[in-house]
Design a protein around this ligand. Structure first.
Ligand code: IPM
Ligand code: MG
Length: 355
């Protein structure tokens, strides 16, 4: 299996290093080998090549069986020409690889209940939501877009646009995911205001005809944001567009105790998938051995499950993570009194030991 590693910026290299160790351990245990290649993305790519996504990176990713990404961005590149910001590298690789479906499972591990920001009675039934976020369309990519000046003042706009085929294919991913889980999909939109959302809703309803065994409901995004903190247990699969999915997945992550716990898989119709923690580059703690590597390690489990057909191995990683939490190992973001405070490396080592 060939894996292309895009470590990126900030804490990216540290957390990815722990992910690679987990992969190697899985290889050793189950008798398979992972071959790695590395490529540049984000700020480090800007520094080395003048742009956030060199062509060679796209080529290397396409040649691999899967891509592991750390994070991009940081204050060093905040004032750079917006057309070459580090984030453009991330959006660019998603688009170039056709990764339209972003799966973001938010699970509250029982061991982390104390770290949840919500009242215990609200999360009594736990939290196990799969956010299925459309990733290569919507307002992130819509044209026209502009930053300019009109009548002596600055102005800017973006366009939220979805075509039927883009909605249909993401709806199918959500319905398929629901079949393997609780059998319920909630489609989130803003159909009371946005034309694009009315098309979204119509197409989702239409596509649902093929999935009569799955229960479909609809929710406006403002209500969904409220319901997530009011009664998170009501959700199984949430399917939504690029922007709403970005926002709601961070909200769901906070309920799991820390955004440092949330993995993701970005998948296309075929070809390699891309796996990354959803948290970002955390420049304030970069290089200090403080970052939580568990979201990356859980992303490796998703990689094995979705790109390598290695479900048993994926289960094994997830169990090792749970056991590590049970043993009381905690990075700063999920720290509690009486727990064993560890850094990035020691957390990774504890997971390895449990593997
Ligand atoms: C995410 C991030 C990215 C996004 C940024 C870094 C471009 O917030 O993956 O959720 O908005 O998609
Ligand atoms: Mg985000």
């Amino acid at each position: 299996m060939k894996i292309c590693i895009l470590a990126g910026d900030g804490i990216g290299p540290e957390i990815v290093a722990q992910g690679v160790k987990v992969l190697d351990k899985v290889g050793e245990k189950f008798g398979c080998t992972f071959e790695y290649s590395e490529a540049l993305i984000g700020g480090v790519a800007i520094d080395a090549t003048g742009g956030p996504l060199p062509d060679s990176t796209v080529e290397r990713c396409k040649e691999a069986d899967a891509v592991l990404l750390g994070a991009v961005g940081g204050p060093k590149w905040d004032t750079i020409d917006p057309s070459i910001r580090p984030e453009k590298g991330l959006l660019g690789i998603r688009k170039a690889m056709g990764l339209f479906a972003n799966l973001r499972p938010a699970v509250l591990f029982p061991q982390l209940k104390h770290a949840c920001y919500l009242r215990p009675d609200i999360v009594e039934n736990g939290l196990d939501v799969m956010v299925v976020r459309e990733l290569t369309g919507g307002i992130y990519f819509g044209e026209p877009r502009l930053e300019g000046e009109i009548e002596g003042e600055r102005y800017g706009y973006n366009t939220m646009v979805y075509r039927e085929h883009e909605i249909r294919r993401i709806a199918r991913v959500a319905f398929e995911a629901a079949r393997k889980r609780g059998g319920r999909v909630c489609s989130v939109d803003k159909a009371n205001v946005l034309d694009v959302s009315r098309v979204w809703r119509d197409v989702v309803v239409d596509e649902h005809a093929e999935y009569a065994d799955v229960e479909l409901s609809h929710m406006y995004v403002d209500n969904a944001a409220m319901q997530l903190v009011r009664d998170p247990g009501q959700f199984d699969v949430i399917v939504t567009g690029n922007l709403f999915g970005d926002i709601l997945s961070d909200e769901a992550a906070a309920i799991t105790g820390s955004i440092g716990m949330l993995p993701s898989a970005s998948l296309g119709a075929d070809g390699p998938g891309l796996y990354e923690p959803i948290h970002g580059s955390a420049p304030d703690i970069a290089g200090q051995d403080k970052a939580n590597p568990l979201a990356t390690i859980l992303s490796i489990a998703m990689m094995l499950r979705h790109s390598m057909d290695m479900a048993e191995e994926a289960d094994c990683i997830e169990q090792a993570v749970q056991k590590t939490l049970e043993q009381g190992y905690r990075t700063g973001d999920i720290m509690e009194q009486g727990a064993k405070a560890v850094g990035t490396k020691a957390m990774g080592a504890a997971v390895l030991e449990n593997l």
